[in-house]
Design a protein around this ligand. Structure first.
Ligand code: SAM
Length: 354
């Protein structure tokens, strides 16, 4: 197995058979440690000990979509809904700016209250008030034209996990009104427009196999996104998948490590979902090649309402406490906090205005 890991480390690629063999044998401790060591080495080569901080504003829990795994799906009548006004979003960013954040990630359900005009206005105000900061949007599937409007308003990055690259699995996780092809097309459109793009997938979805993960890994290699969000699926009690098992820390860190080797320069978050599964989950993610964390800047009053899955951590802490807590975790794990914009290495600095 070490030979395969070595090949992946040197060539940043494995064919389908080799990748499957790797996944089928990786949980042997010797193999696992070797993989993690190579992923860490690759991360050190490209990013040293740096961990980039992004301030996350979860600005709406309304969603018109009905993904079967998600706690804020439209048909969850028990979900508590909220939406932040543009001044509340700006206030959250201002608090983050005071704490040193240079990237704001605006994430939410697909909420038609936020028309293109409203999104454009919010992005424009953030860019105006916090010059030099990056704005990342994560608001789901939109038309090419809408994405272009947000980009022209100053949005720099867009996160849209592909969720799973297996069409069959995708169709089991989503209602018929949602389309695998459209999700993939959205990612291609975002790249074409010029965003720094984040794709990604969940780990431990109902029925997900190593063959499915191989599809995810190859899809990512082909798409060449700037960011990859990988987190465990965690069941939510008021969804059709309430009784499912969910993902593990082990499989998640294996995927992080392999993605670090496939895309050595990629920006790779250690997710809140990973920290929810295990108190040391994010640290384990960082040691497997992750180099981004996204502490929460949302007002504490709404935090619990953005409940994608059960048991979500960091729902009670003020932004400043989150910042301090995560900084302590990063340094204790042997890494260092980097408060710069943290653009992808291939990003040309003349593409944005200071
Ligand atoms: N609406 C936007 C979208 O579709 O990309 C962004 C918000 S969506 C809630 C953000 C991500 O949460 C999804 O891409 C999905 O991977 C993740 N998510 C949803 N439910 C989850 C669950 N039960 N466990 C873990 N992650 C989940």
């Amino acid at each position: 197995m070490k030979k395969l890991i070595e090949k992946l480390y040197r060539e940043n690629y494995l064919n389908t058979d080799d990748m499957l063999t790797l996944l089928d044998n990786i949980y042997d401790p010797g193999n696992m440690n070797y993989l993690l060591a190579r992923a860490h080495e690759t991360r050190m080569e490209h990013y040293h000990t740096k961990v980039f901080m992004r301030g996350l504003v979860e600005f709406t829990s309304y969603c018109k979509r009905d993904c079967l795994y998600c706690g804020i799906r439209a048909s969850n009548r028990k979900a508590e809904r909220y939406r932040l006004s543009s001044s509340e979003i700006l206030e959250a960013c201002a608090e983050g700016y005071e704490l040193g954040y240079k990237t704001f990630v605006l994430q939410g359900g697909e909420d038609d209250y936020y028309t293109d005009d409203r999104v454009v206005e919010i992005v424009g105000k953030i860019k105006e008030r916090f010059p030099g900061c990056a704005v990342t949007l994560s608001i789901g599937e939109k038309s090419f034209e809408s994405y272009k409007k947000y980009y022209d308003a100053g949005a720099d990055r867009y996160l849209l996990r592909h969720e799973t690259a297996s069409r069959t699995l995708y169709n089991k996780l989503h209602p018929k009104t949602m389309s695998f092809d459209n999700r993939i097309q959205c990612l291609k459109n975002l790249k074409e427009i010029g965003y720094q793009v984040g794709a990604g997938f969940m780990v431990g979805l109902p029925g997900q196999t190593n063959e499915d993960y191989v599809m995810d890994l190859h899809f990512l290699k082909e798409l060449q996104p700037h960011m990859v969000g990988i987190g465990p699926f965690i069941p939510h009690k008021d969804t059709p998948f309430a009784a499912e098992g969910g993902g593990t820390v082990e499989t998640t860190i294996v995927m992080l490590a392999i993605v670090r080797l496939l895309l050595p320069e990629v920006l790779l978050p250690a997710t809140t979902a990973l920290g929810t599964l295990d108190p040391m989950g994010r640290e384990k993610g960082l040691k497997a090649g992750a180099n981004v964390v996204m502490p929460n800047l949302s007002p504490v009053e709404v935090r619990k309402k953005y409940a994608l899955y059960d048991g979500k951590i960091c729902t009670g802490d003020e932004a400043a406490e989150c910042r301090k807590c995560i900084e302590g975790r990063i340094t204790n794990a042997g890494f260092s906090v980097d408060m710069s914009r943290g653009d992808h290495k291939t990003w040309r600095s003349e593409q944005y205005v200071y």
